[in-house]
Design a protein around this ligand. Structure first.
Ligand SMILES: Cc1cc2nc3c(=O)[nH]c(=O)nc-3n(C[C@H](O)[C@H](O)[C@H](O)COP(=O)(O)OP(=O)(O)OC[C@H]3O[C@@H](n4cnc5c(N)ncnc54)[C@H](O)[C@@H]3O)c2cc1C
Length: 437
């Protein structure tokens, strides 16, 4: 169907077709629809309580929102909207809804969102605790022990696939359309036509672009913004090891122009990451990634080498560290960005996915808190811009410092890290983690 066919009269037919988006590769047991009424109850007892009453009077329940991108941000947004009683459909270009990329940290600002979505218990059961963060030298000496403080919700380390499974479990199966590669959108007076590269078009009241750092929705909306390479490559993996790291302590080890992070994702499962200063588009060595990393981190404290050696070559992932300077705006009319599409950041604070979860909840609550959906989108954008700008900038600065290479400068950094009170960092981190979406 081409875009001219996306008319008001054809709308009912389109919606019917839309509802036939049954995912072929998502396992059926992950897809358990639930009644929106459960969500209404949860929101009435949460921070959006007053607003919930307003949403019940408004027409949000007739809204139909299209979301491009089935990553953490897009799926979380669909879950939050559904729980608000708003229909939302996710379009993902991949043929399988699968989150790759080892594990990730979920700080209290993110687990608070999971709690509101009713998913915290499920995610906690398959995660590792995160109570302390240690900064180490390459010999293993602890340079700083950062306590993560006490919050009403835990900080966790979770496998990405487990987080995505939990989110998908809260969405009706027919609201995830796989194999839909977004090509372009067309704003109309009362709707948005969405066109996919295989020739199919859909129509929704509003469109959310959650299609990641190289967002096509963003390019059409705001022009092309090429992500900026920040000078280093990040490798990631998952491995099983027994008894090597004390429970609840995760760590990052600093070398010269290199870092190695160890995060427990529960039991004997660990996720790790390694960074090294490289040109953009780093090419793997002929001997393979594992061999290259074992050489790069030879002589570092245990279990650095064991983790690399315990990760199958084919499962070691590699990304350049990219971000974008904060964008001046995220939306226009009926189209809005969310997650990495709106505010990609380098991974140094482990907050990109957490920000996407926050976005999702703030977006859903905004629909309840404003008198019109258009105003809701503006409210969401204005509530989120400053918060995400702050995180983008801090992540970049942390990465710059972490990747210092000069001998004298890194010796100075090591000394300063040992001498500085951990409380200084704890105070700053607390400000970030206290955020309630
Ligand atoms: C090395 C590394 C470590 C990290 N560690 C952490 C951490 O510990 N904690 C944390 O919170 N965050 C972490 N992050 C950041 C986190 O991974 C991202 O911020 C998060 O995945 C963003 O989610 P998203 O849904 O916005 O985007 P994405 O995860 O990029 O999802 C976008 C989705 O859109 C789909 N898509 C793209 N284009 C199209 C199209 N044209 N049509 C249809 N679908 C499309 C993609 O296939 C994908 O499924 C890390 C990132 C990296 C690189």
């Amino acid at each position: 169907m081409n875009e001219s066919n996306v008319t008001k009269t054809g709308r009912r037919r389109l919606l019917k077709h839309m509802n036939s988006c049954i995912p072929t590769s998502v396992t059926a047991e992950l897809l358990h629809p639930f009644p929106p009424s459960r969500f209404a109850h949860e929101f009435t007892s949460g921070p959006g309580a007053g607003a919930q009453a307003r949403s019940l009077d408004s027409n949000v329940h007739t809204l139909n929102i299209g979301i491009i991108g089935g990553g953490i941000g897009g799926v979380a947004a669909a879950v939050a909207l559904h729980r608000m009683g708003i229909d939302a459909t996710v379009y993902e270009r991949a043929n399988q809804l699968r989150e790759v990329g080892a594990g990730l940290m979920l700080w209290p600002n993110a687990t608070r969102v999971l709690k509101e979505l009713g998913l915290l218990e499920r995610v906690t059961a398959v995660s590792g605790p995160n109570q302390h963060f240690l900064v180490r030298s390459r010999s293993g000496t602890i340079l700083m022990d950062i306590g993560l403080g006490h919050f009403e919700v835990p900080a966790l380390c979770t496998r990405r696939s487990d987080l995505l499974d939990a989110l998908i479990s809260a969405l009706p199966a027919d609201r995830v359309c796989l194999g839909h590669d977004f090509a372009s959108f067309e704003q109309q007076k009362t709707s948005v036509g969405i066109h996919f590269s295989h020739g199919v078009s859909k129509e929704h009241d509003f469109l959310i672009g959650a299609d990641g750092i190289r967002s096509r929705v963003r390019s059409q909306l705001l022009g092309v913004h090429e992500p900026r390479y920040r000078g280093y490559t990040v490798w990631r993996g998952l491995a099983r090891l027994t008894g090597v790291v004390s429970k609840g302590s995760n760590s990052e080890t600093w070398g010269r122009g290199k870092r190695f992070g160890i995060l427990s994702t529960g039991g004997d499962r660990f996720t790790w990451y390694a960074t090294a200063n490289t040109d953009a588009g780093h090419v793997d060595s002929r001997e393979g990634r594992q061999h290259e990393l074992l050489q790069m981190f030879a002589g570092w404290h245990e279990p650095v080498e064991s983790l690399i050696a315990g990760t199958p070559e084919g499962s070691i992932m590699k990304n350049g560290a990219y971000d974008l300077p904060p964008l001046k705006r995220w939306g226009d009319g009926r189209v809005m960005l969310l997650g990495d599409a709106a505010h990609p950041c380098t991974p140094n604070l482990g907050l990109g996915g957490c920000m996407a979860l926050e976005d999702a909840l703030v977006l859903a609550k905004s629909f309840a808190q404003e008198s019109s959906p258009e105003l809701a989108l503006r409210r969401y954008e204005s509530l989120r811009r400053e918060r995400t700008r702050h995180v983008q900038q801090r992540s970049r600065i942390m990465g710059d410092i972490g990747q210092w290479e000069n001998l004298l400068v890194t010796a100075g950094r090591q000394m300063a890290t040992r001498m500085l009170p951990a409380k200084l960092f704890e105070h700053n981190l607390k400000r970030i983690y206290s955020y309630a979406a």
